[in-house]
Design a protein around this ligand. Structure first.
Ligand code: GCW
Length: 715
């Protein structure tokens, strides 16, 4: 008897998982199986009313039809008479219901992108209203409503009010006009510049739809290592075709502006920002863009950084450079996102100090439509960095965050690393600049310093791969970036759960192991690469595997030895007051905490201190033993992930299951490679044995040093 019951329970599970390639992302809209829930959902959605005529309204209708057909197996009939039963999507312009049900105040307060979702029960009337001041807000509300059903939530009595915490939530594509992608590991650029504007791929719409579903409202189409050609009429027309696709989804297009464009495409002899002709050039270019793209977002600029031209070439400041572009954009309402990723090997100062030194003195000198875009940490998207001390240090200049979604230092599209915990660690850091509670997130949302404009950017991991991001779990990082840009108060775990619900299944037998893997994955990635505050230990150029031995070359701050300083005496970068004094850029009490060898959080220890190998750690172990422990536990935890993944095999389709399984196998091999290389390398200096419990690396250091990968993508 028992046996039969088991069979009945299991068979449908095995047979209902059809092969999937990941293209549908988190918008799969799979059928609701629970009969009670299905009834509840069908009841709420028994009639739909989406008044209005516009492209965005059509998108809302299509999305609802798709969602309801998939999840509830019903065809939506928009012609049916609406009698205040079912679901309505309304804006004040399209419907009087907002007024009738006293939602005007709420909706106005939440703005064009915000929305209310509310169950109304009044006499005979029983319906759910999705209401927003603007149509894009109504679209966001629609996605929210669909998400409730995708995550199988109870929708019998909804009362939701949402509005984004940051105004501009943008993806930064590092995509080149030849379709290669700098630090892109998911194929080529999805922008086919050759075929634009005449050929419009379905993928452009699908991209816009996916972004709208998580509230992303801007996209910088091109690499910050910019090509001036994109500013010519020929390319503006192409960018305009993309802007036309994205507009109804609430997404604005931005371009990167190469500082030397006046010379390269303008026929001028200088790009000096104070030169009248140069200023006229930028005005003309900008006006041309606005003629084709009336809602153009503005420019993102990398200047005076890693060989890119900039105002320093003319002895001008970053403020003078940025203001010139800001002036051209101002009449059209555009913004400049000026990057603070600036450091020079000619400056004999710790690289971690340089952006702060350069920009803080300029606070207050930028025009109102300039934002300074800083990376989350002061070096470069390392697996772990302390927050960038610029956040909180520029009260008169809006600062925006640049996170990296693409996994340049995190195993590219081969390793599973859920990045929300990294994002959250930074957002939740209390800078203390205005007393307790001065979180980095409060700098970004403008509340700490009263910024007029706010923004957050993520360097995209999207490419032409069928599953968009190369690794299926890369999708979770795109998703998490969007969700946190919308509201940084979500926890990493909540976001992971949502994503798994929508991407794999809501069955707890699937959700629990996958969420556990995701939640641990960032820390394990830190442990097998750069534990205890180590950083910048990767192989040269492609940055894929280990390279703690990297030295020499063009510039010291592109080597590993510059950062780890390993010697017989110890290891780590002394940024305390006895070293580069980088701690001085952090406000109290962080400064004292980071400066003190005893109080510095161990996760940042070797970031701020050069520490003797026999230093006693909190665990009672020596630094050397602790480091080895981290390396081994990091690599072993990939085996743990593999075991977790194995648990979901019965519930996940074969194609996606195998995809992740194979990548986890590679990840484990790579983690062992990182571990062995690093432990053997540092052992030369510590001259201490491996703790007994750990097996000795199979090969010697020379073997690991000689591994040379060829043709790694993304360079
Ligand atoms: O992370 C480093 C990368 C470069 C990148 C640069 C930047 C776009 O290795 O490829 O260039 O940072 O952020 O400008």
């Amino acid at each position: 008897m028992k046996r039969i019951v088991l069979l009945l329970l299991f068979i449908p599970v095995f047979f209902s998982v059809k092969a999937e390639d990941g293209y549908d992302l988190w918008l799969r809209y799979t059928q609701v199986n629970d009969a009670e829930l299905l009834n509840e959902y069908r009841l709420v959605c028994n009639a739909l009313f989406v008044p209005g005529e516009s492209e965005t309204v059509n998108i809302i209708r299509e999305e609802l039809s798709k969602g309801l057909a998939g999840m509830l197996d019903v065809d939506v009939d928009y012609e049916r008479q609406w009698n205040k039963q079912g679901l309505v999507v309304a804006t004040p312009e399209n419907s009087s219901l907002i007024k009738e049900y006293n939602l005007t105040g709420d909706v106005e307060k939440l703005g064009d992108e915000g929305y209310v979702i509310k169950t109304i029960q009044a006499g005979k009337d029983a319906f759910v209203i999705i209401a927003s001041q603007g149509e894009v807000g109504a679209l966001y509300g629609t996605f929210h409503f669909l998400r409730l059903m995708q995550t199988r939530a109870n929708i019998s009595d909804i009362n939701v009010a949402e509005t984004p915490r940051t105004e501009n939530r943008v993806l930064n594509h590092w995509d080149n006009l030849d379709r290669t992608v700098e630090r892109g590991y998911a194929g080529f650029s999805i922008w086919d510049w050759h075929k634009l504007p005449r050929y419009i791929y379905q993928r452009y719409y699908d991209y816009a739809r996916a972004n709208a579903s998580i509230g992303i409202n801007g996209t910088v189409l091109t690499n910050v290592n910019a090509n001036a050609l994109v500013l010519t009429d020929e390319y503006i027309e192409k960018a305009a075709a993309l802007a036309d696709v994205f507009r109804p989804y609430g997404i604005k297009v931005y371009l990167t502006a190469r500082f030397s464009a006046p010379i390269e495409i303008g026929g001028l002899e200088t790009a000096d920002p104070l030169d009248e002709n140069v200023r006229a050039f930028w005005k003309e270019i900008t006006n041309n863009i606005y003629k084709e793209i009336p809602d153009f977002g503005g420019f993102l600029v990398k200047a005076d950084s890693e060989g890119q031209p900039g105002p320093h070439n003319y002895n001008r400041t970053h403020a003078e450079g940025a203001n010139m572009l800001a002036e051209a954009l101002e009449p059209h309402g555009g913004i400049v996102m000026w990057r603070a990723f600036v450091y020079s090997h000619e400056v004999p100062v710790d690289r971690a100090l340089q952006a702060y030194n350069e920009f803080v003195p300029l606070d207050g000198e930028f025009k109102d439509n300039v934002l300074i875009q800083a990376k989350n940490g002061p070096i470069d998207f390392q697996p772990r960095e302390p927050y960038h001390p610029l956040f909180g240090a520029m009260p008169n200049t809006p600062l925006m965050m640049e996170f990296q979604i693409t996994q340049e230092y995190f195993g590219h599209a081969t390793h599973l690393t859920y990045l929300a915990p990294l994002y959250k660690e930074v957002l939740n850091t209390d800078t203390h600049v205005k007393g307790e509670g001065s979180y980095v997130s409060k700098v970004l949302d403008g509340s700490l310093h009263g910024y007029e404009i706010t923004a957050i950017a993520g360097v995209s991991n999207i490419g032409t791969d069928r599953n968009w991001t190369g690794h299926l779990f890369g999708q979770a990082n795109w998703y998490a970036f969007g969700r946190l840009a919308w509201d940084y108060d979500y926890t990493s775990e909540e976001i992971a759960e949502e994503w798994v619900d929508m991407t794999f299944s809501t069955n707890t037998a699937v959700v629990n192991p996958i969420v556990e893997m995701m939640m641990e994955s960032r820390e394990m990635g830190v442990n097998y690469r750069t534990p205890l505050g180590l950083h910048h230990l990767m192989a040269e150029s492609h940055h894929y595997g280990p390279g703690p031995w990297v030295s020499g070359g063009r510039r010291p701050d592109w080597t590993s030895v510059y950062y780890h300083n390993a010697s017989q005496e110890g290891v780590g970068f002394n940024r305390s007051l006895s070293g580069s004094k980088a701690v001085n850029q952090y406000p109290e009490p962080l400064r004292s905490r980071y400066n003190s060898l005893e109080e510095c959080p161990e996760k940042f220890l070797l970031w701020f201190h050069h520490v003797p190998w026999d230093f006693e750690m909190n665990s009672g172990r020596t630094l050397w033993d602790e480091m080895v422990n981290k390396y081994y536990s990091g690599a072993d935890s990939v085996i743990w992930m593999q075991e977790k993944w194995k648990q979901v095999e019965p519930y996940v389709d074969d194609e996606r299951f195998k995809h992740v399984s194979q990548l986890l196998e590679m990840q484990h091999e790579d983690a062992v490679w990182w571990r062995n290389s690093s432990v053997l390398y540092f052992q030369q200096f510590s001259e201490m044995p491996l703790p007994k419990q750990f097996e000795k690396p199979e090969k010697d250091l020379e073997y690991y040093k000689n591994i040379q990968l060829k043709f790694v993508p993304g360079i």
